[in-house]
Structures are given as C-alpha cells and as structure tokens.
Write a protein that binds this ligand. Structure first.
Ligand code: HGY
Ligand code: MN
Ligand code: MN
Ligand code: MN
Length: 410
C-alpha cells in the first residue's frame, strides 16, 4: 500500500475534544475508570467509531472494540488501541492518543477508499490506569485470560464502589465474548511519559520491552497518643513508620541503581491531626524493574525491612498485593518493522524500554505485540503539563498507519 499521511488537524482536534471531558480547575484531565466522566469519554469515542462506519462490540469487562472489516474478514485482524481512562491529574495524551490515532488510521483509509485484507480493530481497554480500581491494565488482563471475569467484577475501588456495579451503572457491561478478536498482531502507539526521546531529540521510540511491576498496599497499625506527653521511647508511631518505609524505598532503589525504580505515591494517616501520634497509616509501594530477579530482590529487601521496622517501632504491618506483572519482551520482528517505517518516513528513532505499564504488555501474551513511542516534553506525564508537540503526534500516527496497513495486508 502506498504511504499515505494521516489527517493531522483532524487528529489534533479530536485529542483536544476528548481532553476537555473531565477537565478540572487545575486543567488536568480526570476521567477515573467507570466514573461518569469515563462514560462521557466512552460515548464520545464510540460515536466517532460509528461515524467511521465501524462495527462496535463491548465485552463483559467493558472493553470496547471498533472494527473496520477487511476484504478477507476470516483472517485474524490487526489490532491497535489503548485506554481513555486517566489518573486524577491526567494529561491530554496518555492513552487517548493511541485510541484516537487508531481511529485516524481508519479515517485515512476511508478517505482514500482503501481496503485492507485483514480487518483493523481499534480497542479501548477498561481501567488501564488502575488509579481507582487496582490492578492496572485490568481490561486487557481479563481480555487475555490473566484474571477470571468474576474476580475482576468484584474488585472494590479506593472509593468503595464495586467494579461490576459501576460497569452496569455507566451502561458498558457488554456481551461480546472475552478475547473476541484474536489478533494477528497488536501495535500500541503511546507517549513515552519519560524523558529519553525528548532529551535525545529523537522522534520515534521502537519499544523492545517493558518493566515488571509490583504494587502493594501496606497497612501500619500503631497507637495514637498525645504528641506532647508521650516520651519518644514509648511511641508506636504509624506516621513515622510510613515515612521510614518511603525513605527505605528511595535508598534501596538508589543503591540498586540500573532500571530499579520505587514510589510511595499514596499515604493516608489516621487521625491525621497535628497533636496526635498517628494510630494508623495506609501507604502504597510501586516497585519496577526490567529484570525479574532484581525486582524480586527489591521486594525481598523491602519485606525484611518491614519486619525489622515493626519490631523496632512496635507496630503491625500487613501487606495487600495490588498488582504483580513480570517484565515483558515485545516481538522483535514487529519492533524492527516500527523502526523500518520510522526510517522510511525520515524520522529519527531508537529502541527503548517502557517504564510505564501498558495494555500492550497484556496483549503480548496472546499475539506478536510491540509499541511506538513519541516524545513527552520534559518527560512529564500523569500531570496536566503533559505535552507532545503536534508534529510529533502526527509523525507517530503516520508510523502507526504504515505499520498497521503493512500488517493488514500480509
Ligand atoms: O502505572 C502505569 O504504569 C500505568 O500507566 N497504569
Ligand atoms: Mn497510558
Ligand atoms: Mn497512565
Ligand atoms: Mn500506562
């Protein structure tokens, strides 16, 4: 198929329209999974899929698939897609870009009245972020058979809601069979969300692999007491223990170096008052590494620290596993094709690792999968300041177009 350019202004306009849904007073995009804002975003994008003449299917975990039929629909389809749920402080592009660029590929083919042999499917996966319901990448995890449906539907949100009830409430509990489209290949286009491409002035990332992720929630129970009268040696201070764990995670990841990262992103103290020693603390620990052995080492070192801390502070510490995914290596031949198309389009490119989790890491369990990254200015993401230059957004979509249409005609 001859190289065609996507319609840049159309893609950029749709990104801005979608980003306006769930906008907060700090100009963030907040569409936590299965909230009313997520429903509004879903309704908007499903409408765009229908405008493109795509057939729509929704599965029991709320994954949405738009299908552009190929001339040989009996062949396994080529799939792209991502997510449109966001974190609370989301930007305009995380997830949204991969979905809307997929629709732009379809629109460009429609404009040119071009057929492909294989059907092209654009997927919107439920709850990729995991910010409201853990684990993250949940919709794609269930899609590939990584978690039983009823276990996923029973998951409780940080706000107490039950996932299956929220899915029904927003009208997106579908009936399509799970795994309804067994793809020939899956390619996800995404902003890097890190600093590498922007710092090196490189336009395209051909993603080779993706870090393993370990999420746990720690509940620390001490004893509330008077901040003035209680001698330091008699305290069982859950607040101090929480901060000691955060410091330990930081020191551990610095000592390990390499790709090891660690984050304590959520801290809640009870009763959270200036003159009361905290009785209770709930914190989350996010550990990641491209090397499974090293990730296990980090988890082990943290466990040992928790044991010694609970003894020294006289607090109890319990852990609840929220997510655990091993590192993923993408399909080398597919990553090569992404680099080839970037080259053919005159775009600088480099191979790289994904620090963030993505639905592609789940799809890699069932078909040849890879990812295309475009630069994030300053490496900022999960932040309203998230930005990618319009030319870079268009360039990435053109690489997606070339890669998908090649796959759809092989
Ligand atoms: O946490 C992650 O990396 C993903 O964006 N949910
Ligand atoms: Mn994302
Ligand atoms: Mn994200
Ligand atoms: Mn992600």
């Amino acid at each position: 198929m001859q190289t065609m350019n996507i319609n840049g202004p159309r893609l950029l306009a749709q990104l801005q329209t979608l980003a306006a849904i769930g906008r907060t007073e700090t100009n963030a995009c907040c569409r936590l999974a299965l909230t009313d804002e997520d429903k509004q975003g879903r309704d908007l994008v499903v409408g765009w899929m229908k405008d493109l003449g795509m057939s729509i299917s929704v599965d029991p975990i709320g994954n949405i698939f738009g299908v552009r039929p190929g001339s040989q629909p009996e062949l396994a389809p080529v799939m792209t897609g991502s997510h449109i749920d966001t974190v609370r402080t989301g930007g305009a592009y995380d997830g949204n870009y991969g979905v809307l660029a997929g629709l732009e590929v379809v629109a460009t083919l429609n404009d040119a009245r071009q057929n492909t042999e294989r059907s092209i499917v654009v997927g919107i996966f439920t709850n990729e972020e995991g910010a409201r319901f853990a684990p993250d990448m949940l919709g794609s995890l269930v899609y590939v058979g990584g978690m039983p449906l009823d276990e996923a539907l029973a998951i409780k949100a940080i706000d107490g809601a039950v996932l299956g009830e929220e899915l029904k409430r927003i009208g997106y509990q579908g009936t399509a069979a799970l795994g309804v489209h067994q793809p020939h290949a899956f390619v996800e286009l995404h902003i890097e969300q890190g600093p590498l491409l922007d710092a090196d002035g490189i336009k395209i990332g051909a993603v080779e692999n993706l870090q393993g992720i370990s999420w746990q929630e720690l509940t620390i129970v001490g004893q509330s007491n008077h901040a003035g009268t209680t001698p330091m040696r008699l305290r069982h201070d859950a607040g101090y223990a929480a901060s000691a764990i955060s410091t330990f995670v930081r020191d551990l990841t610095r000592k390990m170096g390499g790709n090891q990262v660690g984050t304590v992103g959520h801290v809640v103290l009870t009763p959270n008052l200036i003159n009361v020693i905290a009785a209770r603390a709930t914190i989350t620990v996010d550990l990641r590494n491209t090397d499974e052995q090293l990730l296990q080492q980090a988890e082990q070192a943290l466990n040992e620290f928790l044991k010694s801390l609970s003894e020294s502070e006289g607090v109890t510490i319990t852990s609840r596993r929220l997510a655990r995914f091993e590192p993923v290596v993408f399909d080398a031949a597919l990553t090569d094709r992404i680099a080839h198309h970037a080259e053919a389009l005159g775009l600088s490119h480099q191979r790289m690792t994904s620090g963030a989790g993505h639905d592609a890491q789940m799809m890699a369990r069932i078909c040849p999968t890879s990812m295309i990254f475009v630069p994030s200015v300053g490496g900022i993401s999960h932040n309203p300041a998230e930005h990618t230059e319009p030319d870079d957004l268009i360039a990435g979509a053109n690489v997606l177009f070339a890669t998908l249409t090649e796959l759809a005609n092989q």
